[in-house]
Design a protein around this ligand. Structure first.
Ligand SMILES: NC(=O)c1ccc[n+]([C@@H]2O[C@H](COP(=O)([O-])OP(=O)(O)OC[C@H]3O[C@@H](n4cnc5c(N)ncnc54)[C@H](O)[C@@H]3O)[C@@H](O)[C@H]2O)c1
Length: 416
C-alpha cells in the first residue's frame, strides 16, 4: 500500500465488546515480560496474540513461561516473532511497545503507519522530531497512539487529584521521586545516552511530569532550568536490585561508535556492546507554566537516602495537598502512602484505599479498550508527549550549559 493510500485511511476505532483485544507485546525485556504479559494474560479484555523481540533468548523465555502454564486461553500461545514489521492490523488490535528508548518512535511509527494501534511505553519520544514522526504516522495509518504513566491510575494519585480540588487555585507543584539505590541496568542501555536519551530525568522524571499533567492542564512551560549530576552512576554504585542487577562501568573508556540508530537493540547486541555510562542519576529543576504555576522537579535513581520515596505536593490558594508514597516496583519502600491536607496550620490525613504494588498497571489496562474506541484519542498522546519532551529538552539544555557531566548526543541532537 502506498503512503498516499495510507494517508487517506480514516481512523477506525477498535470494536468495543467484540471479544478480547488481540495484543502484540513488542519488546520482551523486563517491562514486556514482568509488567505487560502477566497482566494482559490475566485480563479478560485482552489476549496476547504475538510476542516480538529480535533476541531469540527473550522469545524463548516467553515460550518457556507459557509452556509451564503462564498463558491463558490459547494452548498454542502467542506467535513469537523476531520483527515487529511482521505485525499487521488484520492480526492484532493493539501493539504494546516496550523497546529501548531510542527505538520507541521508530518502532511505534512503523506500526502506526501499518494501521496497528500502539500503546507506547515512556518516554514516548526523545525529542520534537520524534514527536512529529509519531504524529505523522498516526495520521498516515489511521491508527491511534496511546501512552501515559500508569502512576496516574494509582489509587493514591487519584485521591490526590480529588484532594487538589480543595486546594483552590494551584500555585506550585513539588514533584520528587528519589530512590536509594535504583539505577536500572538492562544490559547497559539505560545509562548510555545514545540509547536511553537521558537518565533519571527521562526515566523517572517523565513519570512525574505525566502524573502532574492533570494538575497542570495543557499549558506548556515558559521557563525551564535544571541541573544534573551523576555521582552514583560514575562511582558504579546504586544499581537497582529488583531488576537484573549488574555492575556499571563508570569509565567505559574509548568506545566504538556503532550505528546509533540500528533497527533493533537486542539483548545480545547489548551484551556485546562496550558499556557507556554518560547519563545523570539525578536531575533537579524548576519549571514555570504559561499560566504562572511553578513546578519543582527532582528525579534520582540513587541517593544517600535509606528508602525510595515519591512525593507530590500541590500548593494552592486554599490549601496544600501532599502525597508521600513510592512509585514503581521497588521493594525498598517503607509503609504505605500517606495523603494529607493542610490549611490554616492544621494538617489532616486523608484515607487512601490500600492496594498491592503494581495494581495501577492493571487499572491502566482497564482503560485501554475505552481509549481505543474514543474518537478524541488520536493526537492526544502526541500532544502530551510534546509538552513533556519539550520540558525535558530544555531541562537538559539548561543543565548541560553549566555542568561538566559528559553528555552524549542527548535528546536535543538525536535523530536530527
Ligand atoms: N512503565 C513503566 O513503569 C516502565 C518500567 C520499566 C521500563 N519501562 C520502559 O519500557 C521500555 C523497555 O524497558 P525494559 O526495562 O524492558 O528494557 P529491556 O532492555 O529489559 O527490554 C527491551 C527489549 O526490547 C527488545 N528489542 C530491541 N529492539 C527491538 C525491536 N526493534 N523490536 C522488538 N523488540 C526489540 C530487546 O531485545 C529487549 O528484549 C523502556 O522504554 C522503559 O523506559 C517502563
Amino acid at each position: 500500500m502506498s503512503g498516499a493510500q495510507l494517508a487517506e485511511q480514516a481512523w477506525e476505532p477498535a470494536r468495543p465488546g467484540a471479544g478480547p483485544l488481540r495484543v502484540a507485546v513488542v519488546g520482551l525485556g523486563w517491562a514486556g515480560r514482568s509488567i505487560w504479559i502477566p497482566r494482559l494474560d490475566e485480563h479478560p479484555r485482552f489476549t496476547v496474540a504475538a510476542a516480538v523481540d529480535p533476541d531469540a533468548g527473550a522469545r524463548a523465555s516467553v515460550a518457556a513461561a507459557r509452556s509451564t502454564g503462564g498463558g491463558r486461553d490459547d494452548p498454542s500461545g502467542p506467535r513469537l516473532l523476531a520483527d515487529p514489521g511482521l505485525l499487521t492490523a488484520r492480526d492484532v488490535d493493539l501493539a504494546v511497545v516496550a523497546v529501548p528508548n531510542h527505538l520507541h518512535s521508530r518502532v511505534a511509527a512503523r506500526l502506526l503507519t501499518a494501521g496497528v494501534p500502539v500503546f507506547l511505553e515512556k518516554p514516548v519520544c526523545l525529542n520534537a522530531v520524534e514527536a512529529d514522526e509519531l504524529a505523522q504516522a498516526e495520521r498516515a495509518g489511521g491508527a491511534v497512539l496511546l501512552a501515559g504513566s500508569a502512576a496516574r491510575c494509582r489509587a493514591d494519585v487519584r485521591a490526590l487529584y480529588d484532594l487538589a480540588r480543595a486546594c483552590g487555585t494551584i500555585r506550585h507543584v513539588d514533584l520528587s521521586w528519589v530512590r536509594a539505590r535504583g539505577v536500572p541496568d538492562a544490559g547497559g542501555w539505560f545509562t548510555d545516552s545514545r540509547r536511553a536519551g537521558g537518565g533519571a530525568l527521562l526515566d523517572l522524571g517523565w513519570h512525574l511530569l505525566d502524573t502532574a499533567a492533570p494538575l497542570l492542564g495543557t499549558a506548556s512551560f515558559d521557563e525551564v532550568v535544571g541541573t544534573v549530576s551523576a555521582d552514583f552512576v560514575r562511582a558504579g554504585t546504586g544499581a537497582a536490585t529488583w531488576r537484573r542487577a549488574g555492575d556499571l562501568d563508570p569509565d567505559p573508556g574509548p568506545h566504538p561508535d556503532p550505528d546509533p540508530h540500528p533497527d533493533t537493540d537486542s539483548g545480545a547486541d547489548l551484551a556485546s556492546a562496550v558499556r557507556r555510562v554518560d547519563v545523570e542519576d539525578t536531575a533537579r529543576g524548576f519549571l514555570i507554566t504559561q499560566n504562572g504555576v511553578s513546578v519543582s522537579l527532582r528525579a534520582s535513581w540513587a541517593s544517600h537516602e535509606a528508602w525510595d520515596s515519591t512525593v507530590i505536593r500541590v500548593e494552592g490558594s486554599a490549601g496544600t495537598a501532599t502525597l508521600a508514597c513510592t512509585f514503581g516496583f521497588s521493594p525498598n519502600r517503607r509503609g504505605g502512602p500517606v495523603l494529607t491536607y493542610t490549611r490554616d496550620g492544621d494538617t489532616v490525613r486523608v484515607p487512601v484505599p490500600p492496594e498491592a504494588v503494581g495494581t495501577e498497571y492493571r487499572r491502566q489496562l482497564d482503560e485501554i479498550p475505552g481509549l481505543l474506541a474514543d474518537p478524541d484519542s488520536p493526537g492526544r498522546a502526541v500532544a502530551e508527549a510534546r509538552r513533556a519532551v519539550d520540558a525535558v529538552e530544555r531541562f537538559y539544555g539548561s543543565a548541560h550549559s553549566r555542568t561538566a557531566l559528559p553528555a552524549g548526543p542527548g535528546p536535543r541532537s538525536r535523530r536530527t
